[in-house]
Design a protein around this ligand. Structure first.
Ligand SMILES: [Zn+2]
Ligand SMILES: [Zn+2]
Ligand SMILES: [Zn+2]
Ligand SMILES: [Zn+2]
Length: 77
Protein backbone atom coordinates (compact mmCIF):
# COMPACT_ATOMS: atom_id res chain seq x y z
CA UNK A 1 0.00 0.00 0.00
CA UNK A 2 1.76 3.06 -1.22
CA UNK A 3 0.46 6.45 -2.09
CA UNK A 4 1.27 7.90 -5.47
CA UNK A 5 0.29 11.32 -4.33
CA UNK A 6 3.07 13.41 -2.95
CA UNK A 7 2.35 16.76 -1.54
CA UNK A 8 4.75 19.55 -1.79
CA UNK A 9 5.39 21.44 1.42
CA UNK A 10 6.99 24.69 0.48
CA UNK A 11 7.07 28.38 1.20
CA UNK A 12 4.48 30.20 -0.86
CA UNK A 13 5.69 32.38 -3.68
CA UNK A 14 5.00 35.51 -1.65
CA UNK A 15 7.04 34.23 1.31
CA UNK A 16 4.12 34.37 3.77
CA UNK A 17 3.97 30.84 5.05
CA UNK A 18 4.68 27.22 4.35
CA UNK A 19 1.84 25.54 2.56
CA UNK A 20 1.10 22.07 1.34
CA UNK A 21 0.01 21.77 -2.23
CA UNK A 22 -0.44 18.83 -4.56
CA UNK A 23 2.74 18.10 -6.50
CA UNK A 24 1.18 19.18 -9.79
CA UNK A 25 0.73 22.74 -8.53
CA UNK A 26 3.44 24.87 -10.06
CA UNK A 27 2.68 28.20 -8.46
CA UNK A 28 2.48 28.10 -4.70
CA UNK A 29 0.16 30.79 -3.47
CA UNK A 30 -1.43 31.10 -0.05
CA UNK A 31 -4.57 32.99 0.94
CA UNK A 32 -2.74 35.93 2.49
CA UNK A 33 -2.62 39.44 1.10
CA UNK A 34 0.66 40.00 -0.70
CA UNK A 35 1.61 42.99 1.47
CA UNK A 36 4.81 43.89 -0.32
CA UNK A 37 5.72 47.55 -0.45
CA UNK A 38 4.89 48.91 -3.88
CA UNK A 39 7.38 50.87 -5.97
CA UNK A 40 5.74 54.09 -4.75
CA UNK A 41 7.06 53.28 -1.28
CA UNK A 42 3.81 54.40 0.34
CA UNK A 43 1.49 51.47 -0.10
CA UNK A 44 1.35 47.74 0.28
CA UNK A 45 0.16 45.40 -2.41
CA UNK A 46 -3.47 44.48 -1.70
CA UNK A 47 -3.58 41.54 -4.06
CA UNK A 48 -3.82 37.98 -2.83
CA UNK A 49 -0.55 36.10 -2.68
CA UNK A 50 0.64 35.98 -6.26
CA UNK A 51 3.50 35.11 -8.53
CA UNK A 52 5.62 37.69 -10.28
CA UNK A 53 5.65 41.43 -9.84
CA UNK A 54 3.08 43.32 -7.79
CA UNK A 55 2.56 45.95 -10.46
CA UNK A 56 3.48 46.15 -14.07
CA UNK A 57 6.23 48.67 -14.60
CA UNK A 58 3.89 50.73 -16.76
CA UNK A 59 1.16 50.63 -14.14
CA UNK A 60 0.95 53.37 -11.56
CA UNK A 61 -0.21 52.81 -8.01
CA UNK A 62 -3.84 53.87 -7.71
CA UNK A 63 -4.20 53.69 -3.96
CA UNK A 64 -4.99 56.85 -2.12
CA UNK A 65 -2.49 58.48 0.18
CA UNK A 66 -3.54 59.06 3.77
CA UNK A 67 -1.80 62.41 3.82
CA UNK A 68 -1.54 65.01 1.14
CA UNK A 69 1.69 64.75 -0.82
CA UNK A 70 3.13 66.62 -3.72
CA UNK A 71 4.13 64.82 -6.87
CA UNK A 72 3.58 61.36 -5.54
CA UNK A 73 1.65 60.21 -8.60
CA UNK A 74 -1.42 59.19 -6.59
CA UNK A 75 -4.91 60.45 -6.34
CA UNK A 76 -4.24 62.00 -2.95
CA UNK A 77 -7.01 63.16 -0.66
ZN1 LIG B 1 1.68 33.81 0.26
ZN1 LIG C 1 1.98 41.90 -4.61
ZN1 LIG D 1 1.15 54.02 -3.91
ZN1 LIG E 1 -0.30 59.99 -3.07
Amino acid sequence: MSSMHYSNRQMCTGGHKTITMPCYTKIMTCDSICGKILPCGQHQCQRKCHDGYCTKTSEKCKQLCQTLRNNCGHMCV
